[in-house]
Design a protein around this ligand. Structure first.
Ligand SMILES: NC(=O)c1ccc[n+]([C@@H]2O[C@H](COP(=O)([O-])OP(=O)(O)OC[C@H]3O[C@@H](n4cnc5c(N)ncnc54)[C@H](O)[C@@H]3O)[C@@H](O)[C@H]2O)c1
Length: 270
């Protein structure tokens, strides 16, 4: 039997990057998927690809920073599939700017999408799951930024840490109803973000060398690998896991500082 057989699942940010893989792989595991993002054309393209493979998919244009769009997303999901069993809060915006230069409007924009939108949608979906009385699973896509910061990422760091905070509160309060809430924190993945990082570096080689030194796995994470972690967290395979922040990062957050670029002698011993 497929791991998400007939489970109704909302995936936000499903028009690009990780969200596309999440929607496609969850659908291949039997989920009935509702895709949410701002671009109708991109969403419809993903939905029709999923349908062409024999699964069911619905596209709902949604801006995560607009509460009425989130209510509409839930209403459309219920009118199409009648219930909600899972949510992947994946939509997110990154923003890199020196701490002292961030304006209140820039700060607010990142928090509106990455934190407040995720909170409100979690609340709406969990209310519906509680009404249904058959539990549910919610996965928040945070980041390795919930372990430590990177230069220039204050609003993103704050938003992703906030996701962990409200998700732990939700996990505790919703556990009696069989509704699980977990956080999945990816490391560096092969999406547009990586292309932007390479373009911003003086050369591709310098960029790859630098990141290889900071990722013990010496490679980028494939979107399908993150999607597979989501399948696990949405399925009954993870039935006793709630309130966890799981790092899918090839060891990045286990590394304190990168290895010295010179050969060191053995220290200590006899
Ligand atoms: N790619 C990585 O290396 C990486 C690492 C750690 C965490 N993440 C997180 O994973 C998630 C997906 O990342 P990605 O690399 O696929 O990003 P991406 O930029 O390729 O895709 C982001 C998605 O979110 C949607 N989105 C952005 N603002 C929105 C809004 N206001 N309303 C609705 N949808 C909106 C976009 O349309 C897109 O579908 C993000 O939350 C990101 O923070 C990514």
């Amino acid at each position: 039997m497929k791991k998400l057989d007939k489970k109704v699942l909302i995936v936000t940010g499903a028009s690009k990057g990780l969200g596309i893989s999440m929607a496609e792989i969850c659908a291949s595991e039997g989920a009935l998927v509702v895709l949410a993002a701002r671009s109708r054309d991109e969403l419809e393209a993903v939905a029709s690809r999923i349908r062409s493979l024999g699964s069911e998919a619905e596209a709902v244009v949604t801006d995560m920073s607009k509460p009425q769009d989130l209510e509409n997303l839930v209403i459309r999901t219920l009118s199409r599939f009648g219930r909600i069993d899972g949510l992947i809060n994946n939509a997110g915006v990154n923003y890199v700017k020196p701490f002292l230069e961030i304006t209140p409007a820039e700060w607010q924009r990142v928090l509106d999408v990455d934190l407040t939108g995720s909170f409100l949608l979690t609340q709406l979906c969990a209310r519906q799951m509680r009404r249904q009385g058959t539990g549910g699973s919610i996965v928040q896509i945070a980041s390795v930024h919930t372990h430590a910061s990177l230069v220039g990422a204050a609003p993103y760091d704050a938003a992703k840490h906030g996701m962990v905070g409200f998700s732990k509160a939700a996990a505790v309060e919703l556990a009696p109803f069989g509704i699980r809430v977990n956080i999945l924190s990816p490391g560096l993945c092969e999406t547009e973000i990586w292309k932007e990082i390479v373009d911003a570096a003086p050369s591709e080689k310098e960029c790859i060398d630098y990141w290889n030194a900071n990722i013990p796995g010496h490679r980028l994470i494939k979107p399908e690998e993150i999607a597979r972690c989501c399948v696990f967290l949405l399925s009954d395979d993870s039935s006793c896991i709630t309130g966890a922040n799981i790092f899918a990062d090839l060891g990045m957050t286990s590394l304190l500082v990168s290895r010295e670029p010179y050969a060191s002698k053995v220290i200590g011993g006899e």
